[in-house]
Design a protein around this ligand. Sequence first.
Ligand code: PSZ
Length: 487
Amino acid sequence: MAWRLLAKPFRLLGTTRAFSNTVDGGIKGPSMKTAVPGPKTKELIAEMDEITQSSMASVFVDFDKSKGNYLVDVDGNVILDTFCQISSLPLGYNHDAITEAVSKKENLMGLVNRSSIMMFPPKDFVQKMKSSLLMCAPPGMSQVTAMMCGSCANENAIKAAFIWYMDKKRGNANIGPDSEEFSTALYNKPPGCPDLSVLSFDGAFHGRTIGVLSATHSKPIHKLDIPAFDWPIAPFPQLKYPLEDHVTENKAEEQRCLQRVTELIDEYNAKQKFVAAAIIEPIQAEGGDNHASPEFFKGLRKICRDKGVAFIVDEVQTGVGTTGHMWAHEAWQLDDPPELVTFAKKMQLGGYYHTNDCKPRHSYRIFNTWMGDPARLALAEVIVKEIKENDLVKNAKEVGDVFLGGLKDLENKYPQLLLKARGSGTFCAIDCKTAAAKDTLVTAVRNKGVYVGVSGDCTIRFRPALIFQRQHAELTLEVIESVLKEL
Ligand code: PSZ
C-alpha cells in the first residue's frame, strides 16, 4: 500500500543559507510505493546473483532521479538518505556544482585521459592539489599524497611510517640501506624486511586489504581465513553513558587503555617486533560508533611522541566536515600534528596528509599506477569550495546538535528500547537494547522512507550528507518515533 509522508513546512536554522530550499530539488519528503527492497530491486538482485555475490545489495538506486538528501530507488520509492553511500556523499545526490564540474572540458580530460599522476602529472596537477586537498589540510600539515580508496590510503600511510621509522633507526638520513638489507628484502626476510609492527585498537576498522586487515578488529567475518600479522591490539575505551554521569569512571577507563598502550609498545619492542606506528579512528565507526575524549587522544599522541611511534589518524569516515570540524581530530587541539592523517570517502579519492619527515627521500618507495585520480581531484576541488562557501562544516555542527538533542529525547522517552545517544556533528548514533530490536527498528524506519545505517551489533548510525538540514533531522526523528510507538 502506498504510504506518503505529508510534506513538512521548512523550519530553518537561524544560519540558513541560499542552499536551504533548493538542495533537494522538487522533493519535499519521503514517498513510499513499496516496502524496501521492492519487487524491482528484488528482480535485479536475482539477476545480479547470476554474475556475482549479490547478498550485500540493499536497494537498486535510480541515480538520475535521486536529488539532494533523497535517494530514489528503482521501485519509485523516495527515501531520505541518512547513510549516503556508506558516508561517502558530501553534497548529496546530483549536486549542481558537481554536475557542472563534470561537464567542464578541462575536467573531462581527466576521464578521457587518465594519467599516472606521479609520473605524468597533468599540467594543472599542482594547482588542483592546492585548490582541493591542500585547501583543507589539517592544521600544521602541508604535504599530501593521493591514493584510491580508504584501505589503500591506510596501507600507504603505514608504509610511509615504516620508512620513517627505519630512516630514524639508521640514525642518519644520508645513510641508506646496506647490501644485506637489499639482498634479504627480496625474500621477505630481515633485516631488509624488518619485523616492525603497528598498534591498533579493539573494535577498529581500517580497511580490508591484507596489510590493514591486521589493524581491523570490528567483526571476525572480515578477517576469517586471511593470514594476519602479530601486531599489538590495545583496548579502546568503553565509555559509560550518559557521559556527564560517569566522568570519573570514564577517565579511569581511558587511563587504563593508555596504560595498556604503553605496556604493549614496551612488550613488542622487547620482543624485537618494534612498534613503528599506532593507528586510530577519531570515532570508531564500523566498530559501533565508539567515542573517546580529547584527553585520551592527546595522551595517545604523547605516548607515540615519547616512544618514537608514528601517530596515524584514520579520518576516512570522520573526515570532511561531518563531525562539525573539517577533520575530527581538530577537536583534540593537539600541540603537534599527527605524523599521518588518512582520508577517502567524502573526499572522493583516498590519500594521506603527512609531515615533512614522512615524505620518503627516494623515488618509488610509495608509488602505484594512478596515485589518485585527476577526475576525482576535480570533484574534491568543487566539494571543498562548496563546503567553504556554504559553511557546511558549521551546518553539520548546528544540525548535528539539534539531531543529537532529539536522539537524547528519544532515549529518555523510550529507555526500555534505546540507550547511548552519542555523536559529534551529524556523525551520530544510538543503540538499541538488542540486535533484534535494532533490526526491527531499522527495517520499519526504512519502510517509512528513511534510510539509516547500522554498525557494531546493536547500533543505528547516521551518516548524512553535509547538506542535511534541520528539517531532515526532525523528519528522521519523527519517523523513528512513529516506529518506536508501535514497538
Ligand atoms: O564493510 C566494509 O568494508 C566497510 S563499510 C564502511 C567502511 C568499510 N568504511 C571504510 C573505512 C573506514 O570507515 C575507516 C575508518 N578506515 C578505512 C576504511 C576503508 O576504506 P575503503 O572502504 O574505501 O577501503
